[in-house]
Structures are given as C-alpha cells and as structure tokens.
Design a protein around this ligand. Structure first.
Ligand code: CLF
Ligand code: SF4
Length: 293
C-alpha cells in the first residue's frame, strides 16, 4: 500500500484486518430517518444495513453524542474511529450527522471519522464529507441492475415523492455510482458493503465487485443476509433465507479476484462500542454517562 493510504487504514478496524485486533470503533446513533426501504431492514442495525434481532439503539442528539464519545474515549484508549451509521441513513439526516462531525473535529481532532450510507443522497454531500475530513465512507451497494434492485428496494423517497419498483431502484443505483465516483475522485477511501441475498443478488455480486473496483473502491465487504422471519424479510411472497457460511465464503472468494475483500465484518449495531465483535454499548448509555460526569 502507498504510505498515504496506509496511514489512513492502519488504525481503522474495518479497513484493516490487522487493525481490528487492536483498535476499537464506536458508533453514535444520531440518524433516525431513512429515505429508502430495503426489504431486509428493521432499523436496528446500521453500517451493514442489516437486520438482526436485538435492542433498539438509544437515539442521541449531536450534543449527547459528543458527551458519549468523550466518555468512551476516556475509558477505551484504543478507540480510533467514530462512525455514524444509523439507525436510518446518516445522509437522510444531514443536519444531525454533520453537526456531530463538526463538533467532533473541533473537539477531538485525533479521532478518525467514518460514515455509512445507502448512497441515495451521496452526490450532493460529497463536498460536505470532504470538508469535514471524513476519510472513510461505506456505501451499501447490493446491485447495479434495476430489475434486481426492484426486488430489494420496494421504494425510495426522492424529490418529495415516493418512487416504487424499477424506477426507484434505477435512481438509487445511479446515485450510488455517482457518489462513489465523487468520493474516490476526492481521495476519500470508500468501502462497499453488499448484502448477499440468495436467489436475489448472489449471482450478481461479482459484477458489482468488478464495477466498484473499476471506480476506485478500496474494499468490498460481502455480508450475509440475516433473515428474521418475525419481522418479515420478504422478497415477493417468499420469506428469504440467509446464505450458508460455505455459500458466503465461495462468493467472497469469487469476488476477491477483483479486489480486496473484507472478511472480518461483525455486522455491528448502530450504537456499537469497542473492538469489532465486542459490544460495550451498554456500558455507555446516557444514564451511565451522567454518573461518569
Ligand atoms: Fe462503523 Fe462501518 Fe465505519 Fe466500521 S462498522 S461505520 S466502517 S467504523 Fe465495520 Fe461493523 Fe462491518 Fe460496518 S465491522 S458492520 S464494516
Ligand atoms: Fe433500513 Fe438502512 Fe435500508 Fe434505510 S438504508 S431501509 S435504514 S437497511
């Protein structure tokens, strides 16, 4: 890796396999709204834009987020990265998201900033992202073909209208690709997350990998759909299963010919704190931070 890139990834636990053993990240759940609907969403998870059973994140205002970040930084010195990843889409909540980043870069300039998005609003915020020195952006890209997109995204909310089906998916895909180009041309490291949905986009993700690599994405993270029957992970009339470990690994291997693959993703919550796979969020809820203050 060139030195300027190594400097950006060497202490980011998601961008460096090695770093995830030593460095921690935290998420602050400041972004409640979303501007699209994914068939797999239950708004509890974030960067992975995943659906897993669990506890709803404690929604924070930017001020509360800053207090929480300071409390965590005091207790977990390995905390190098602050991510905003949900529980909705950070760029569908631009005021809350960028206010948090603005305060943070003013008050704790050493912490690396990370944001994760579905990409719909990305082109319009590329400059703002660059301005706040957000070096790491994750875009969840599940397809590059609108017919496949229509099976994953029943609608998007765009220019004050709900747009359904293929038409909506087409706009989302165009915005994601435009956003990816806008970021890589500004030297921002982009990771692409894709949710592998057997029978829907599994055979298609190799093509996605090739295209995002060609546009300069740094890393591709293919994650398994975690189907949860009780909240309904439905594609058409069929409840969808997640892939097996073998299916996931085979697809990751197939994609890896084209670019670096992330294989240590832990599909974190929107308010995760600690090393990947370790969730200390419960130690830093608002009531506990009040006591620490
Ligand atoms: Fe968070 Fe995402 Fe930044 Fe990492 S998580 S916003 S890039 S700091 Fe990481 Fe978690 Fe996987 Fe995301 S392990 S779900 S890839
Ligand atoms: Fe849910 Fe994320 Fe999809 Fe929005 S982008 S619907 S929050 S999974």
């Amino acid at each position: 890796l060139p030195d300027h890139i190594r400097a950006k990834v060497q202490d980011h636990p998601c961008y460096s396999e090695e770093a995830h053993h030593y460095f921690a990240r935290m998420h602050v759940a400041v972004a409640p709204a979303c501007n699209i609907q994914c068939n797999y969403c239950n708004r509890k998870y974030d960067c992975s834009n995943e659906s897993r059973p669990g506890v709803v994140s404690e929604l924070l205002t930017p001020d509360q987020a800053i207090r929480k970040i300071k409390a965590v930084a005091a207790q977990i010195p390995q905390m190098t990265v602050l991510g905003i990843a949900g529980p909705g889409d950070p760029l569908a909540n631009p005021a809350r998201t960028f206010e948090t980043f603005r305060m943070l870069s003013a008050q704790t300039p050493d912490i690396k900033l990370c944001v994760s998005t579905n990409g719909l609003n990305l082109p319009q915020y590329a400059d703002e992202i660059a301005k706040h020195n957000i070096d790491h952006v994750t875009i969840t890209i599940n397809c590059v073909a609108p017919e496949i997109g229509a099976k994953i995204y029943p609608w998007i909310y765009w220019e004050n209208k709900r747009i359904r089906g293929i038409e909506g998916a087409k706009i989302l895909i165009e915005q994601q690709q435009k956003g990816l180009e806008a970021l890589t041309s500004r030297g921002i490291l982009v990771k692409v997350n894709s949710v592998m949905i057997p029978g829907v986009n599994d055979a298609h993700l190799k093509e996605v990998s090739k295209i995002v690599k060609a546009k300069g994405a740094f890393l591709h993270n293919v994650m398994p759909l975690i189907a949860e029957a009780e909240h309904g992970t439905y594609y058409g009339l069929m409840a969808q299963r997640g892939p097996t470990d073998e299916e996931l690994q085979a697809l990751q291997d197939e994609c890896s010919g084209d670019m670096s693959m992330m294989r240590h993703c832990r599909q974190c919550r929107a308010d995760a704190v600690g090393l990947l796979g370790e969730d200390r969020g419960d130690e830093f809820t608002l009531d506990k931070i009040d006591v620490m203050d």
